[in-house]
Ligand binder design. Structure first.
Ligand code: SAM
Ligand code: SF4
Length: 340
């Protein structure tokens, strides 16, 4: 466990977990409609309900002043937020923010990768669930595979290192592409994480109970071709994430398996999420939250009140979450609202 040197400037919850990682959603909108993430017909938030870029910056600044070292911009699709580069530029200069990273669907990277790098973004995760253009379109409903691959290459050319591909694998939809995805990552020296589908929001396209495929099953499949050596589990590295990492011979590519179902990682949790409405979510799988927008708009420019609200919020961070595929989702928010 992290040693707390200056308790005033560190966020610690009731269970002694230090929170030093924030996933900040900058929009609920997206140019894709991935089948596991959104309904086909979505209603997005009206402008006045979402945090302005200035308010997002204030939130980030408050967290960093409280010892947060890592911020991930997410969404929705973060790069479709208007003027997002201006926020990236400001966050890139925030002192104390050691890891400034982004999760994207890749569609805007052909035109933005270079600026993102220049403005101080450190790393990029790109979601990619299929290498077959027709299937890619089916899974994303609107996406163009060639454009996303061009985005991956633009990120490499811009000089980003340790680019990571995130793939959600679903039985009957794309589990036959697991090895192709591994080869894609190996060829381009990318890392690759497989994510188990989570029951967030109601979807109608497939039955999550039937499509669920566990990380251990995927690992077995890959091991038949590429023997895997355990690298650094989250336990060992203290990343606090639900990922287990493996290396393969003859490549720098690391494989991760993100298993919210088959793995209980809650005792290591070091993260919170902020939705684009300014709702501070203390846990991905619970509804415990605090309204930061209210604080921002009642006390504009008052960093201290914001800091105190965030400190107090640590007292309601739940000990753990429960996901149960056999029941209706208890979490009715879609992932685009949660900030993936
Ligand atoms: N639009 C960006 C993207 O797709 O990378 C960022 C936001 S997206 C919500 C973040 C991640 O959440 C993506 O890797 C996506 O595959 C994953 N995701 C969305 N819904 C999910 C679900 N129900 N279960 C597991 N992962 C999900
Ligand atoms: Fe958009 Fe990302 Fe959700 Fe896909 S996973 S619909 S790209 S927010």
């Amino acid at each position: 466990m992290t040693v707390v040197e200056n308790p005033e400037n560190v966020l610690v919850d009731r269970f002694g977990r230090v929170v030093n990682y924030v996933r900040l959603s900058v929009t609920d909108r997206c140019d894709f409609r991935c089948v596991y993430c959104m309904a086909e017909d979505m209603t997005f938030l009206p402008r006045q309900q979402i945090l302005s870029l200035e308010e997002l910056y204030e939130v980030a600044r408050a967290f960093v002043s409280l010892g947060v070292k890592k911020i991930r911009l997410t969404g929705g699709e973060p790069l479709v937020r208007r003027n997002i580069l201006s926020l990236v530029e400001r966050l890139g200069q925030l002192e104390g923010l050691d890891e400034f990273v982004l999760t994207t669907n890749g569609s805007q990277l052909p035109k933005m990768a270079r600026d993102l790098k220049a403005f101080g973004l450190k790393r990029i995760n790109i979601s990619l669930d299929s290498l077959n253009p027709v299937r890619f379109r089916e899974l994303t409903r609107t996406g163009d595979l060639a454009n996303v691959i061009a985005g991956v290459d633009a990120a490499r050319e811009a000089g980003f290192e340790r680019i990571k591909i995130n793939s959600v694998i679903m039985r009957g939809r794309n589990e036959d592409e697991v090895l192709e995805l591994v080869d894609f990552a190996r060829d381009r020296q990318l890392d690759l994480s497989f994510i188990e589908e989570m029951p967030l929001g109601h979807i109608t396209e497939h039955d999550r109970q039937l499509s669920f495929i566990s990380s251990s099953e995927l690992r077995e499949l890959i091991t038949k071709i590429y023997p895997l050596s355990p690298a650094n589990s989250s336990e060992a590295t203290g990343t606090g994430g639900p990922s287990d990492y493996y290396t393969m011979q003859g490549t720098s590519t690391r494989l991760g398996f993100i298993s919210p179902h088959s793995h209980n990682f809650c005792h290591l949790c070091n993260r919170v999420r902020v939705t684009v409405e300014g709702r501070l979510l203390l846990c991905l799988g619970n509804e415990h939250s605090v309204d930061l927008r209210e604080v921002l708009r009642t006390h504009p420019g008052n960093l201290e009140v914001l800091q105190q609200t965030i400190r107090d919020a640590m007292n309601i961070k739940p000990e753990r979450h429960y996901f149960n595929l056999e029941e209706e989702p208890q979490i009715v928010r879609f992932m685009n609202m949660t900030g993936g």
